[in-house]
Design a protein around this ligand. Structure first.
Ligand code: COA
Length: 252
């Protein structure tokens, strides 16, 4: 398809390495501070800019502003539900380890999609998922797998993720908007991933990240967290497990 000049267009970081800082800024601004403390993401993110730059997708306007971005990277998966990684952290580590070991990929792993706040509600998220599906298929990959972070789970932090994943609206569609979008585009729900990401810190770090005080040991509901965080004052430690949902887009 030929796009008229000025129409939003998708480029990769391999094509536009000059946008690396803009991409990081676009992505980082979407998350609460505590979500930016995942040690696996801190350790491995630079690989997306290096070995996997061709899989980092940006939707640009005529002025090269990023309207939406999708991070993904290919990995090997045996095609079974049991063979899916434990969660987001495990998927990312497998991707990098397999690449280093020279294991050929057969699957695309989604890592995140972020739409610019002023463009949310414009169906750009669906365009990015469709783009990942199309590029994966064009590369001969069998599936797009996504350890989806449900966008409304933070409103229900006490609901077990396996139950939340199956909630539906009266019309039968998935209850959560982000699960719903993936389902509409062809994905199936596999299961909850209760420990998709593990984020730990001292009590002072958690107080800084959240702007809350944690006077006692126990569980705390924190804004924008999918689960309560667990504070242990004696050990001076707080732990948060980000709850996600495995979804699979079969492309064959
Ligand atoms: C989550 C996020 C990417 C969603 O983007 P958005 O612009 O708000 O959502 P969209 O406009 O794409 O979707 C709005 C609606 O259109 C639907 N939709 C969008 N594209 C569609 C498509 N191609 N086909 C069918 N339905 C589509 C969505 O399902 C949703 O439906 P609803 O009206 O039933 O709720 C965005 O809110 C964001 O960047 N959030 C911060 C980061 C984040 O949480 N990312 C997701 C986890 S990695």
């Amino acid at each position: 398809m030929i796009c008229p000049p000025g129409d939003p267009r998708i480029v990769t970081l391999a094509e536009r390495p000059d946008l690396e800082d803009a991409l990081d800024e676009h992505n980082g601004s979407a998350w609460p501070t505590f979500m930016l403390q995942d040690p696996v993401a801190d350790e491995l993110w630079h690989h997306l800019h290096a070995e996997f730059a061709g899989w980092q997708l940006m939707l640009l306007d005529a002025d090269d502003e990023i309207l939406a971005a999708a991070n993904c990277a290919p990995l090997a998966w045996d095609g079974t539900d049991d063979g899916l990684p434990d969660g987001w952290d495990d998927q990312f580590r497998r991707t990098v380890d397999q690449h280093a070991a020279g294991i050929p990929p057969d699957t695309l792993g989604a890592l995140q999609i972020v739409v610019a706040p002023e463009r949310r509600g414009d169906r750009l998220a669906g365009r990015m998922v469709t783009e990942m599906r199309g590029r994966a298929r064009a590369a001969g990959l069998r599936a797009l797998i996504a350890c989806v972070r449900p966008t409304h789970k933070h409103r229900y932090p006490l609901a077990p993720i396996d139950r939340y994943a199956r909630w539906t609206r009266p019309d039968g569609e998935p209850f959560d908007p982000w699960i719903r979008l993936h389902a509409r585009l062809g994905a199936r729900i596999v299961r909850g991933a209760a420990r998709s990401m593990t984020i730990a810190g001292s009590v002072a770090e958690w107080e800084g990240w959240t702007g809350m005080a944690f006077p006692d040991s126990g569980g705390y509901v924190v804004p924008l967290a999918t689960n309560p965080i667990t504070i242990d004052r004696e050990a001076d430690r707080g732990v948060y497990l980000d709850a996600n949902v495995w979804m699979v887009h079969d492309l064959r």
